[in-house]
Design a protein around this ligand. Structure first.
Ligand SMILES: *[C@@H]1O[C@H](CO)[C@@H](O)[C@H](O)[C@H]1NC(C)=O
Ligand SMILES: *[C@@H]1O[C@H](CO)[C@@H](O)[C@H](O)[C@H]1NC(C)=O
Ligand SMILES: *[C@@H]1O[C@H](CO)[C@@H](O)[C@H](O)[C@H]1NC(C)=O
Length: 189
């Protein structure tokens, strides 16, 4: 209740603060100045924990369809990014977003990830990249070492306007908890 009141109050402050801003519709289209594209490679580990008292990924909605199982479940995540393969290794960022369990075919069980990977230390502290891609859980789990490619569609900070891809591989998988190795290649300015 108190939280709700604070939210409403801050929303009102925002409205009041915005009120005196008057503007005009404005546009301009020019040739973009030539820019040199940079390429950045990143290596880290991603941990998606669904079990225990402190999960990092939690189901937030699912349809009321008998027998649907996890199909069409939407999960919110705040997953940990670490330097090394253990969850206890140095944390360098977090991946926040949604995971939607979409694949209808139970033999091709998978999700679509809508996730912002942000760095909280090091050279890219404050920057993030946006990943939007399907993740075929069955395929990744079938054979240990299977590499799954994910699409990166944007970014902020040092990764503004980034495009790229991530090559991932499961390094552990226990009762739904999963750890992935990430090799990311980003093209940005
Ligand atoms: C789920 O669907 C069943 C059958 O239509 C219905 O009886 C039940 O109330 C529904 N549950 C919820 C939480 O909506
Ligand atoms: C990352 O950036 C934030 C905000 O600028 C700062 O407070 C924090 O100390 C930085 N962390 C590290 C490890 O550099
Ligand atoms: C990531 O790159 C390292 C170093 O080249 C390599 O050993 C590892 O197999 C790669 N992992 C994936 C998932 O591509």
């Amino acid at each position: 209740m108190e939280k709700h009141a604070i939210l409403v109050a801050s929303a009102m402050i925002f409205c009041v603060a915005m009120a005196p801003v008057y503007g005009q519709y404005y546009f301009e289209t020019v040739l973009a100045p030539p820019r040199v594209e940079k390429m950045t490679r990143l290596h880290f580990f991603f941990h998606d924990i669904v079990t225990g008292k402190n999960p990092t990924s939690v189901p937030i909605a699912r349809p009321n369809i008998t027998g649907a199982g996890t199909y069409l479940t939407l999960a919110a995540m705040d997953d940990t990014l670490t330097v090394g393969p253990e969850l206890t290794s140095t944390i360098i960022g977090n991946a926040q977003g949604l995971s939607l369990y979409t694949a209808k075919d139970p033999t091709m069980f998978g999700t679509v990830l809508y996730t912002d990977f942000a760095f909280t230390s090091g050279r890219f502290n404050g920057s993030s990249f946006s990943l939007f891609s399907r993740y075929p859980i069955t395929k990744a789990a079938t054979a240990v070492g299977t590499v799954v490619e994910l699409a990166i569609v944007g970014g902020r900070g040092a990764f503004r306007m980034a495009r790229g891809y991530a090559l991932t591989r499961a390094i552990y998988s226990n009762n739904g908890d999963a750890g992935l190795e990430f090799n990311v290649t980003l093209y940005h300015y």
